[in-house]
Write a protein that binds this ligand. Structure first.
Ligand code: ADP
Ligand code: MG
Length: 491
């Protein structure tokens, strides 16, 4: 992606560059700190279950406007409630996804589970959402945050993000900048998310029951998942966490007399936390879909339940960005206004008048847009000049599996990205940061029992990269250094 040369650069936390000898020393320390504190991942290129690489990270925290950070934090309980209401609106989900499921097989499979569960009635009325709302600042509106997407399934990095604040605190102290620490907000993501799971476990109210993590066949992001597991065991010693793949659940899972989800040895599952199941590759055969359905019909409290999963699709986000639609889910006019402001233009590509108009608009000015399918996990979008070709290859009906979104233009920061295997010392690069705010919401169709904001994460990518997948090597973990707009710009 090309970056507008006039893009503003946010003032840095500390003056860069660092003297080379100091940079080499602190980077080496920071890498070891990262490995020793679990800011780490399994290597994809050199996989071993017995070892870890440090996760890519940004050496010095990246600046983020304080006002916008605080806005995102304050909005989270409203967004939690919004998503909870959306997930429980059968009519809205059904009509919104009607065209999409005709052409998108994966969403159709999820929707079929939803339809079957609806037909038989929900065994478990409560759901738990561990959400993450992602934002980029938009320079054409004074760096005001715009929502990139909302995740309702497998919202990751709460564990590592919590520890990354400590890592960057360490670096700042090493560099003699302890005075900067008060501008790094505390991050309680790990505790907030895990306490949410335990609140759901409490609602289930069976002392012997366990929490089940649904995992991929191979977990590269193992530390983030283990942090959750270890936090739960250490903070609530009476609760056991199990890890199973969808294939495992197909093999050993069954329902008890009251539709309890039972695993081998008769272990009863109170809460199911999905860290897999959000992309087609996680379902190798019908077996995995059967396992998903079995869990969905069980008494266990799902994170997310199928309706929550569907509420997080890009298509639903696009529908929500229309003011008339938002009105259906948010009563308070002030709240509606505040949420409306974080949405950027999102357009349907359904085969109707409005959809065809967006199609024409994308062909005319592709550089203004991102094209997104109904997928999670990064690497699926089409950007700018690549959009016309992609659209032209699709039939009219196929287009309805995609949505079009205004490209957000974030401000730049400058800093050192540290990656396993990369050249030492790192060089200063232009970067952009995406803020994720975590939220926890628990309840049923009629009542919300718990609703709170639960920490944050910052992912920073090279300004020239379209996406910042951390495992893909273009992104790095980071945490915000809050700056005020009246700060002097030292650059
Ligand atoms: P996924 O579900 O794959 O994470 P996202 O909608 O989060 O899908 O898109 C992936 C990445 O693409 C984001 O993290 C961001 O870097 C970039 N991106 C997505 N939408 C936009 C947008 N409207 N403007 C600029 N960048 C975007
Ligand atoms: Mg994303």
């Amino acid at each position: 992606m090309s970056v507008d040369p006039n893009t503003p650069v946010l003032r840095n936390c500390i003056r860069l560059p660092l003297p080379e000898d100091e940079l080499i020393e602190v980077t080496a320390k920071a890498k070891d700190y990262a490995i020793m504190h679990g800011a780490a991942m399994r290597s994809k290129s050199n996989f071993s279950e017995d070892s870890l690489n440090f996760a890519p990270f940004v050496l010095v925290p990246s600046s983020f406007p304080r006002k916008e950070f605080e806005k995102a934090v304050a909005l989270q309980p409203i967004i939690n409630r919004l998503m909870h209401n959306v997930a429980h609106d059968e009519e809205f989900i059904t009509t919104t996804l009607a065209e999409t499921i005709k052409v998108d097989e994966f969403t159709a499979n999820l929707f079929n589970i939803y339809r079957k569960v609806l037909a038989h009635g929900f065994t478990q009325a409560n759901s738990i959402g561990l959400l993450r709302s992602d934002y980029l600042g938009h320079v054409y509106e004074g760096c005001a945050i715009k929502q990139v997407e909302i995740n309702t399934v497998a919202s990751s990095f709460g564990g590592i993000a919590t520890h990354l604040v400590q890592l960057q605190n360490f670096v700042l102290r090493e560099l003699g900048h302890a005075d900067k620490l008060p501008n790094m907000p505390h991050n309680n993501a790990l505790a907030g998310l895990c306490d949410g799971m335990v609140k759901a476990w409490d609602i289930y109210a069976k002392p012997q029951s366990v929490i089940l993590f649904i995992i991929e066949d191979v977990s590269y992001n193992i530390c983030d998942q283990r942090f959750h597991e270890f936090y739960i065991r250490e903070t609530y010693p009476h609760i056991k966490v199990l890890r199973r793949t969808l294939t495992d659940v197909h093999r050993e899972g069954k329902l008890g007399l009251n539709k309890e989800l039972l695993l081998s040895g008769g272990l009863e599952v109170a809460v199911i936390y999905f860290r897999a199941g959000y992309e087609p590759g996680h379902y190798h055969s019908q077996d995995e879909w059967d396992a998903r359905y079995l869990m969905e019909t069980s008494l266990a409290i799902k994170c997310p339940s199928i309706q929550y999963h569907l509420a997080g699709t890009k298509k639903v986000q696009q529908a929500l960005a229309q003011p008339a639609v938002l009105e259906r889910f948010i009563n308070d006019p002030e709240e509606m206004k505040a949420v409306g402001k974080i949405f950027t233009g999102l357009y349907s590509l359904d085969d109707n008048e409005a959809g065809n108009a967006s199609y024409e608009m994308a062909l005319r000015t592709p550089e203004k847009f991102v094209l997104k399918p109904q997928r999670e996990g990064g690497g699926n979008n089409v950007y700018g000049v690549d959009i016309p070709d992609a659209l032209k290859r699709m039939s009219r009906v196929e287009r309805s599996a995609w949505i079009l979104m205004d490209l957000i233009h974030p401000p730049l920061t400058k800093g050192y990205m540290v990656r396993p295997g990369a050249e030492m010392p790192p060089t200063i690069v232009d970067m952009v940061s995406e803020l994720g705010i975590f939220g926890v919401v628990i309840g049923d169709a009629d009542h919300i029992i718990h609703n709170y904001q639960a920490g944050h994460m910052l992912r920073t990518k090279l300004s020239t990269a379209n996406e910042g997948g951390v495992a893909a090597g273009l992104g790095a973990l980071d945490s915000p250094y809050l700056i005020d707009s009246d700060d002097e710009d030292e650059n």
